[in-house]
Design a protein around this ligand. Structure first.
Ligand code: SDX
Length: 396
């Protein structure tokens, strides 16, 4: 084994090259999302994300991501209506959720609930366009209902039913908070969903594509992606950012916190990205959305801590290309909207289902099962010995 430049490892016998984390290794071709990490540009199907977030709804963006074109008014009305009709989840799913531990993490509840949909819609006809359409509608419609249902169930309450007169985002906030949301809050939440809907071959989308490539059902595809999104290096970071800001406490302590984190090689949550060498364009928009909310509903002192940390990080980490990512400001927006902290990542999942399903569909369009190679680093052939002759091994 010989290490080469950039952390690559070349296997001498086979000549294979291993790049940890598959950095810079294209694993698919895709026409869904493009990132220019040097310039900080992000587009879905060729449309800049800031334009979509300003002018479209989340469902309109979902349609674009999955079917490749923006819908016309009739197509959007039909899609919205179908999604609205499928928002309810079976009482059996709700009853199953009532058996979950109330102190379990909502991402685990979501992963289990998403997987359970495969039991109810067990026909697997992934070459049938109607099956694909129905699965898309069901997943987009039911994931928010399941997130809100677990929130009420764990508080010992019965979930409340979706309201047909409310649009997608307003209905989610209503099911979660049990009151009709302010229109500005709903619109800002909808924009957050657009910003989180897709991001090329991130870890959870890669996981979704690998699962899709086995031709399993879309509920398993989404469940595997939810499990991947949950980790603190990925979507789970949005929850950890607030814990970190809490720990820092006040803006004047941010620089010392950062110095200590760097000195002890701890990752600063909400910073850094494999693709971006500048501030994540989504973080720029989310920060503006947070400010819009503070202007309307009152300031949050945690924002001062976040800004002080960003300023200190710009000096210390900026030269290495480490800047705030999507998870840095999203939690401050969700907190102001009244969303509980451990629902931040499930909310990310509500949005990202759109991207996962777009990739599911694309994967099926030109499928070949993912089956990469490895570089074996274990023992060469060894002599087997009978049980009674074996000595305790050093590793146990
Ligand atoms: C998301 O991929 C996507 O698109 C994901 C996402 C999406 O929309 O799907 O954008 C959503 O997952 C955002 C990322 C959320 N995670 C965090 O905020 C956790 C903190 N960030 C990091 O752990 C890290 O930056 C990653 C996981 C995001 C990226 O990891 P990489 O590309 O493997 O980079 P690395 O860990 O190998 O770091 C490279 C260098 C190291 O320094 P050296 O050893 O070379 O000196 O940068 C340093 C790291 O120590 N570094 C950091 C840092 N991130 C990288 N140092 C301090 N704090 C950080 N946050």
């Amino acid at each position: 084994m010989s290490p080469t430049e950039g952390g690559e490892i070349r296997h001498e016998r086979t000549g294979l090259v291993f790049r940890p984390g598959l950095e810079g290794v294209p694993a698919t071709q895709s026409s869904i999302c493009d990132i220019d990490g040097q310039k900080g540009l992000l587009s879905y199907r060729g449309y800049p994300v800031d334009v979509l977030a300003s002018h479209c709804s989340f469902l309109e963006t979902t349609y674009l991501l999955i079917w490749g074109e923006l819908p016309n008014p009739q197509q959007l009305r039909d899609f919205e209506q179908e999604v609205q009709m499928h928002r309810r989840v079976s009482f059996r799913v709700r009853d199953m959720m009532k058996c979950f531990p109330s102190d379990g993490h909502p991402m685990d509840a979501l992963q289990s609930s998403a997987a359970s949909l495969g039991l109810f819609y067990s026909r697997r006809a992934i070459d049938d366009p109607q099956y694909i359409y129905d699965a898309v509608v069901r997943l987009i419609a039911k994931i928010p209902t399941m997130v809100a249902a677990f929130q009420l169930i764990r508080k010992g309450q019965d979930p409340i039913q979706p309201r047909d007169d409310l649009a997608y985002s307003a209905n989610f906030l209503y099911m979660l908070m049990e009151r009709e949301p302010d229109p500005l809050a709903s619109r800002i939440f909808d924009r957050c969903l657009i910003l989180h809907a897709e991001h090329s071959l991130n870890a959870s989308t890669f996981s979704a594509r690998v699962t899709a490539s086995t031709l399993t059902d879309p509920y398993a595809v989404v469940a595997s992606a939810v499990g991947t999104l949950a980790g603190p290096l990925h979507g789970g970071a949005n929850e950890d950012v607030l814990a970190m800001l809490d720990e820092i406490g006040t803006a004047d302590r941010a620089a010392d916190y950062l110095d200590a984190a760097i000195a002890s090689k701890r990752k600063v949550m909400g910073f850094g990205h494999r693709e971006y060498r500048v501030k994540d364009p989504r973080a720029v928009i989310l920060q503006a959305l947070a400010e819009e909310l503070f202007a309307r509903f009152g300031h949050d002192e945690m924002y001062d801590v976040a800004r002080a940390l960003e300023a200190a990080a710009e000096r210390r980490l900026g030269p290495k290309g480490i800047f705030p990512n999507v998870d840095f400001y999203s939690g401050l927006v969700y907190r102001k909207l009244g969303i509980p902290r451990d629902l931040f990542t499930p909310v990310f999942a509500i949005a990202r289902v759109a991207g996962w399903l777009a990739h599911w569909r694309e994967q099926l369009g030109a499928n070949r099962i993912f089956r990469p190679s490895q570089i074996y680093t274990g023992c060469s052939m060894r002599q087997w010995s009978p049980l009674e002759d074996r000595l305790p091994s050093a590793s146990t």
